[in-house]
Design a protein around this ligand. Structure first.
Ligand code: SF4
Length: 326
């Protein structure tokens, strides 16, 4: 495995109470695979990913428990100085909004070179050649011009390509892509997804891909972890998940995807209710007030994971099925 995350808990300590943004998350990511963390806004997927490289604001945030084993090293136990050697070097990050991720007062070339020089111990001239090569690898047709440009002189799609070039510049083993296509229009989105897939195959990357969009999941992921209220509630390969989603929340999310025909868009099935307040989570299964199949047990007891082969689901409906609890 490139990374194995065990019982990750990240809470935010606010004046009005404790927000359990990530509450006991487990997953693993094998080499050369793409794992999508998917769920509605506020379910904890971005906080999960950013906790791995400790990029959450501390305070009010705090990682209160868990382990994240990356190539034999527990990232959550590393001193900050040693973690810097992993962040941006062995683990690249692509953010949703490239405009806020890039520094507006520095040229693109200087921003990408900085990491290569710091982690690669090479000189400025060599770094420049390397950056121009990277810019052309991510599909920028005039890399020399972009090297000398400032972020505001580029389109949204170009800036996202620049961020991808920056994220892979130190040849990381893993990439965290946090909603990298959400702010882009559909055509540019397709190009960026293709580019990430190409980079993954070419550089043997493992990618943790955060998204709320199941169409993007279908396009890019090998495996999927569905999150709800700070927990993973279903884990499966992308084919298994799309062919037979097990958890009522996953099923409801799939049913709410708009189709193409007029009748499909007319009868959109929204999930009733809203995501629970993380400051005051309900007892039992956090989805019970929105679940059409809830049992009386669901209101009082939080379900464990039921596993069968590579699949697992956190729902009491599978108690009597041929799945083992764990
Ligand atoms: Fe619905 Fe109960 Fe399953 Fe939760 S545990 S998803 S409430 S059936």
């Amino acid at each position: 495995m490139v990374i194995e995350v065990r019982n990750l808990k990240t809470y935010f300590f606010s004046e009005i109470g404790i927000i359990k943004a990530v509450d006991g998350v487990d997953f693993s990511l094998p080499p050369k695979k793409i794992l999508a963390l998917v769920g509605e806004s506020g379910c904890g997927k971005s906080v999960t990913a950013l906790s791995l490289v400790r990029l959450i604001p501390i305070p009010p945030g705090k990682i209160i428990d868990g382990e994240a084993w990356f190539c034999g090293v527990n990232l959550l136990a590393l001193p900050e100085e040693q973690l810097r050697d992993f962040r941006g070097n062995k683990i690249g990050v692509v953010f949703q909004d490239p405009m806020s991720a890039l520094n507006p007062v520095f040229k693109i070339g200087d921003q990408i070179s900085e990491g290569i020089i710091r982690h690669g111990k090479i000189g400025k001239t060599q770094a420049k050649e390397c950056v121009i090569d990277l810019l052309s690898q991510v599909g920028i047709s005039s890399p020399q011009r972009v090297y000398e440009s400032y972020p505001h002189q580029l389109s949204g799609g170009m800036r996202q390509r620049v961020l991808i070039a920056m994220a892979v510049s130190c040849q990381p083993r893993m990439l965290i892509a946090d909603e990298p296509t959400t702010a882009l229009d559909v055509t540019v989105q397709a190009h960026i997804l293709r580019l990430l897939k190409d980079m993954q195959e070419k550089n043997n990357l493992a990618i943790l891909f955060i998204t709320h969009d199941f169409r993007v999941v279908a396009e890019i992921a090998d495996d999927v972890a569905v999150m709800y209220a700070g927990k993973v509630i279903e884990y499966a390969s992308v084919n298994e998940l799309f062919n037979s989603p097990l958890h009522p929340y996953t099923q409801a999310l799939m049913n709410s995807i708009p189709g193409i025909s007029a009748s499909e868009t007319k009868n959109l099935k929204a999930i009733p209710g809203s995501v629970p307040n993380l400051l005051d989570l309900p007892s039992g299964c956090a989805f019970h007030s929105r679940c059409s199949r809830a049992l009386s047990l669901c209101r009082s007891e939080d379900p464990p994971f039921f596993r069968s082969g590579s699949r697992s689901v956190k729902c009491w409906l599978y108690l009597k099925e041929n799945m083992s609890a764990g």
